[in-house]
Design a protein around this ligand. Structure first.
Ligand code: BMX
Ligand code: ZN
Length: 290
């Protein structure tokens, strides 16, 4: 079976064609800035038109909560869709192909769980990227909850005196530790034009750059400890542009070692690397029971 996989983020959309489970084509486009789902679907499909004829189905992973009505941002600052955004219906009617859609971190969690080959039954995938997202596998089942909201751990409050979050709360982990939060701090404290990759490059010789990254890693370690206490997980898989940046995982592990033993949990990098969510989108058709 050939799957057209689509991963929608706040700033970019990754597209891939998987043939017999292997990613044979991949490209990336900026997230279209349109308000109608039909126009959004059209722009995405234009970008992968040559692969479409070969696709038997479409799998979509997206930032935001996915319900039957469409996609709804929890943090509208990172995704400018009117909610609910009926993209699944739009893709279906423009292609006549079966379309499945899930939150990006939930899709990646299920993919990473399969890649762990049955070694664990209880795990979470945690993405530290534009936002902070999560997906949970409990007793071998993807846990999406009553409204598909389960796993939105970026919006658990870590510091009630912390920064305001786009979700409407104050002091969420996402507002403290995400790529967006890191960039905001770095631009305020170091230079108005510094990028996150530059910040990671300069960290070994720049105390303030290192402190900003450590501040994020410390918050993510606390999040991991909270997850361990809530769900008694065996492993947490870390992904996302920040999560996979050089030395980030090691910094989180270091902070986690300061927690009492029951709160510690194994931490590993996503095997799908930067494509965990894209591969998760394809897996919605091949591995996830409907
Ligand atoms: C936000 C939320 C989650 C998402 C997470 C990571 C929105 C638009 N998104 O917490 O649904 O999983 O960000 O998203 O509210 P990413 O775009 O950083 O990968
Ligand atoms: Zn929040």
């Amino acid at each position: 079976m050939n799957v057209l996989a689509i991963d929608i983020g706040g700033t970019k959309v990754a597209l891939g064609l998987l043939q017999a489970g292997v990613l044979t084509e991949r490209k990336q486009i900026p997230t279209p800035v349109v308000t109608a789902a039909d126009a959004f679907a059209d722009e995405i499909l234009q970008a992968c038109r040559p692969w479409l004829a070969q696709a038997d189905c479409i799998g979509v992973s997206t930032t935001g909560v996915v319900t039957e009505a469409g996609i709804t941002a929890i943090n509208p600052v990172t995704l400018a869709f009117p909610a609910p955004f009926p993209l699944q219906t739009a893709l279906q009617s423009q292609t006549q192909l079966p379309v499945r859609m899930l939150n990006d971190a939930q899709a990646a969690a299920w993919y990473e769980y399969q890649r762990l080959d049955g070694k664990y039954r209880n795990m979470a995938y945690l993405t530290v990227s534009t936002g902070i997202g999560g997906g949970l596998v409990i007793d071998g089942n993807l846990h999406t909850g009553a409204q598909n909201f389960a796993g939105h751990i970026g919006h658990t409050v870590i510091d009630r005196f912390g920064p305001p979050c786009g979700c409407g709360q104050t002091g969420c982990v996402e507002a403290t530790a995400s790529g967006t939060a890191i960039q905001t701090l770095a631009r305020k404290l170091i230079s108005p034009s510094v990028s996150n990759p530059e910040l990671f490059d300069m960290a070994p010789e720049h105390t303030q750059a290192e402190a900003i990254i450590q501040n994020s890693a410390r918050a993510v370690a606390t999040l991991c400890a909270n997850l361990k206490a809530t769900l008694d997980l065996e492993v947490i898989v870390l992904g996302g542009g920040i999560g996979l940046a050089a030395g980030y995982l090691e910094r989180v592990k270091q902070h986690l070692t300061t927690k009492p033993p029951f709160f510690q949990v194994e931490l590993v990098a996503a095997q799908g690397d930067h494509d965990a969510c894209l591969l998760g989108a394809a897996y919605l058709h091949t591995q996830l029971a409907s």
